[in-house]
Design a protein around this ligand. Structure first.
Ligand code: 13P
Length: 350
């Protein structure tokens, strides 16, 4: 039962002491987030990983690409553990590195070898893609710094190749003043990405056709309904939502920004939130003086985040106490080198 797991986790933690830090993403369920030493959005957790001193282990309660990034950002001897190795990200999986490399080559065949294209990868991607962008003068971004990352890229090139999330790329580019018809979608399943040389030449941003299945569920109709039923409601959504949804919302931002905005809002205000349900429910509980609900009436979980169960936390920590590192996420040295460059460029954006 939950109490027994609590005891086991507390005992293992006590044995590991300050050698261990537990990081927890905002989408983790309450039964897991309560064990986290630090919680946050993808960016904040990456920074926490990079700033730890004197630790030997990071237990990352989140998904695989986050644990990989923590491994890249911590010293070589620090071991990073993902409680359940099946906690992946379906959006990250939509950008198979070989498909991205092939697209990069095809785009250059059209635009010329010396076309000034800067590749930008969303944090939600394989470490090898982070290395790919690092080696080619690009960088990583998260939803909390995508605008600064794109500005950085446009200071160095004429076009941006953005993957895997089309929505984050489109929403961020649009907010910077790039019109929709200067963004082109690259569908990796089709020859030439399903686009044309003319469209590629005109485009400022080439968007990979990836998406987050959880955030794609939010609709403009849900926002209209929330506004009808709750006059004065504030609608806040994650930038992985579709463009129309972000346009119809009052504001948007990373999970940390959503949490902070609601925390700092006046008592008595009402918030309709377009992001993962574990975070929305937690915000509702933590802000009893406000009304907080999910835009989607059907429960809207991230199924892979949910794969981190306290039983896996107990198991992996107890193994560590025995000197066994199970479920380690390790990035090979060659990939590490360039992906670290791409991640550090992001961290330097501030
Ligand atoms: P942030 O926590 O950076 O907002 O992103 C969450 C996430 O990874 C959604 O896929």
């Amino acid at each position: 039962g939950p109490e027994e797991l609590d005891h086991r986790i507390a005992a293992a933690r006590a044995r590991l002491g300050s050698k261990l830090v537990i990081l927890g993403h905002h989408y983790q369920r309450d039964e897991v987030i309560k064990y986290a030493d630090f919680t946050g959005d993808s960016f904040k957790l990456a920074r926490h990983a990079a700033e730890q001193e004197g630790i030997e282990y990071v237990l990352f309660c989140g998904v695989h690409f986050m644990a990989e990034s923590a491994d890249i950002l911590t010293p070589e001897h620090v071991r990073v553990i993902l409680p359940n190795m099946a906690a992946g990200c379906s959006m990250a999986d939509m950008a198979d590195p070989d498909d991205v490399y092939a697209a990069w080559d095809e785009i250059h065949e059209v635009l010329g070898e010396d076309a000034r294209i800067i590749p930008v990868t969303y944090m939600n991607s394989a470490a090898s893609l982070k290395a790919f962008v690092g080696e080619r003068g690009g960088l990583v971004c998260t939803s909390s710094n995508a605008d600064r990352a794109l500005r950085w890229a446009f200071e160095r090139g004429e076009k941006v190749f953005f993957f895997p999330d089309q929505h984050l790329g489109r929403n961020t580019g649009y907010a910077m003043g790039i019109p929709l018809d200067e963004m082109v979608l690259w569908n990796w399943r089709l020859p030439m990405g399903g686009t044309t040389p003319e469209a590629l030449r005109k485009a400022k941003i080439i968007l990979w056709q990836g998406h987050c299945s959880t955030h794609q569920r939010f609709t403009v109709e849900q926002i209209e309904k929330a506004r009808r039923e709750h006059p004065g409601v504030h609608v806040i959504v994650h930038p992985e939502c579709r463009w129309e949804v972000v346009q119809a919302a009052d504001s948007y931002g990373s999970t940390e920004k959503i949490a902070k905005t609601i925390r700092e809002a006046p008592a008595g205000t009402t918030w309709a939130v377009g992001t993962e349900i574990n975070l929305v429910n937690r915000l509702a509980k933590q802000n009893p003086d406000k009304t907080v609900f999910c835009l989607d009436p059907v429960v809207c979980p991230c199924s892979t985040m949910y794969r981190i169960h306290p039983a896996y936390v107990a198991w992996t920590l107890e193994a560590l106490v025995q000197g066994q590192v199970v479920n380690e996420v390790r990035v090979d040295p060659e990939t590490r080198k360039w992906s670290l460059v791409a991640l550090e460029r992001m961290l330097e954006l501030g």
